[in-house]
Write a protein that binds this ligand. Structure first.
Ligand code: URA
Length: 441
């Protein structure tokens, strides 16, 4: 086979065979195909797309390109949960221990934040001493002993994706639904859980800006899971305004702890409970939705969910006291309040701009590898639909200096739209796609 012929075929809009896709991924992984040919092929995919079979073949080829953990050979069921990323999205930090406390094992490999969206690894590293770089043996033994593991993505997992993602990032080929789906699902298949719940975010703070695009991404990922024997469901959820109130690493850990105590903000708490219950139902661990919700509630009220998070933090070298007493988490030296510039109802809070503002405080990275400051971020004092008087608290800024706070005020105010008349905040969950009803709402 010749790379140029495969590029040409895709450029002309023809479907590639399974053999061609396997060959391309294998040759590229072993550096027998240069970046410039792969970049040309990726661009052809961006323009011409791929059908479901091709996308599924690409995913499997990428999943097979490196280590495969096959976690469900050790424990069954074992679930995995993945969010396509958003602002203030600390759902994994709460859902994983909630589900584990209900007796279902959770194996989670997760990434760092890049751009305006945060990453669970960065959030976890707010906890003193906590290690997310685990060896394969550590990952598997913590999972087996505690029924929960929260680790950073191993470089050996789906290395074809690592190489292709780096290339996509610099060749304007990230925004392709088949490529995004293959990238996410190849890493999930390489972990090898028995059940997967995907949270496909849509809106101003998400990768997917339209409901149609989010639905299509969700649909194809559920389809790939089904073809590969990984039971997959996908929830399409709102990311117009930040989720919850905290944006920034240690602040988000503290909010996840509040959720596990039953004291979190309504929107993010509702989403966490919903996702946890969905995981219990999809694995057959709870016979009905009502029973699943009851168990989730009980895990919160009894303190078992929070204790599970503390337990796994300790197992990974972290300080469990910071989970039991979140006031011990790292705290920024300057805390300054931005107040409402006018009276009125909050009509919109632009999630992406809030995420960028938190990045300027040091909570995120502009370039891969940049250091971050886990202490910094924003605490929203009000959400869409709330009424404020001019001068009421709007955003608490957690910063390294007064100057940084002052520099951010206008940018933060520009994230808000105000209304004189009452505003309803929209739904949080738009639809859930399951293998049997991939298009159902
Ligand atoms: N997340 C991934 O892992 N891959 C993509 O392509 C986009 C988001």
């Amino acid at each position: 086979m010749q790379a140029v012929e495969i590029i040409q075929k895709k450029r002309n809009g023809d479907a590639l065979t399974t053999e061609e896709i396997n060959w391309l991924v294998e040759q590229y992984t072993h550096e027998h195909i240069p970046d410039y040919q792969m970049a040309a092929w990726l661009m052809a995919v961006c323009w011409r797309g791929m059908d479901d079979r091709e996308t599924s073949d690409l995913t499997l080829a990428m999943a097979r390109s490196g280590e495969q953990l096959r976690v469900c050979e050790r424990l069954k069921p074992v679930v995995d949960k993945h969010s396509t990323g958003g602002v203030g999205d600390k759902v994994t930090l709460a859902v994983a221990p909630l589900v584990a406390a209900c007796g279902v094992a959770v194996a989670k490999m997760t990434g760092r934040g890049l751009g305006h969206t945060g990453g669970t690894v960065d959030k976890l590293e707010s906890i003193s001493g906590l290690r997310t770089a685990l060896t394969r043996e550590e990952f598997l033994s913590i999972l087996q002993e505690h029924g929960l593991v929260l680790a950073g993505q191993s470089a050996e997992l789906a290395p074809a994706d690592g190489k292709m993602y780096a290339l996509r990032d610099v060749t304007a080929t990230v925004e392709s639904i088949p490529l995004i789906a293959a990238s996410i699902m190849s890493k999930k298949l390489a972990v090898g859980a028995s059940h997967l719940l995907l949270d496909v975010k849509v809106g101003a703070g998400a990768f997917m800006k339209t409901r149609e695009a989010a639905h299509e991404l969700a649909r194809i990922m559920v389809e790939i899971g089904q073809r590969a024997g990984l039971y997959t469901e996908a929830a399409v959820t709102a990311m117009e305004q930040p989720l919850g109130r905290a944006v920034g690493n240690a602040l988000e850990v503290a909010e996840a702890i509040a959720i596990l105590r039953g004291e979190g903000p309504a929107d993010v708490s509702q989403l966490c409970r919903h996702e946890a219950a969905e995981l219990l139902v999809m694995t057959g661990s709870a016979p009905t939705r009502e029973e699943a919700e009851r168990r989730v509630q009980e895990a919160i009220e009894s303190g078992r969910a929070l204790a599970k998070l503390a337990e796994v933090c300790e197992a990974q070298g972290g300080d469990p006291q910071q989970i039991e007493q979140p006031e011990r988490l790292p705290r920024a030296p300057v805390i300054s309040m931005l107040t409402a510039p006018c009276s009125g109802y909050i009509a919109a809070i632009h999630a992406e701009r809030v995420g960028l503002a938190a990045m300027r405080l040091g909570a995120g990275r502009f370039r891969k590898g940049d250091p971050i400051d886990h202490r910094t971020g924003l605490l929203l004092q009000a959400k869409v639909g709330d009424y404020l008087q001019a001068g009421d608290p709007l955003v608490e800024m957690h910063a390294r200096s007064e100057e940084e706070c002052a520099a951010l005020r206008q940018e933060l105010l520009a994230c808000y739209r105000w209304s004189e008349t009452p505003v309803q905040s929209g739904p949080l969950i738009y639809e859930i796609l399951t293998p049997s009803q991939k298009g159902a709402s």
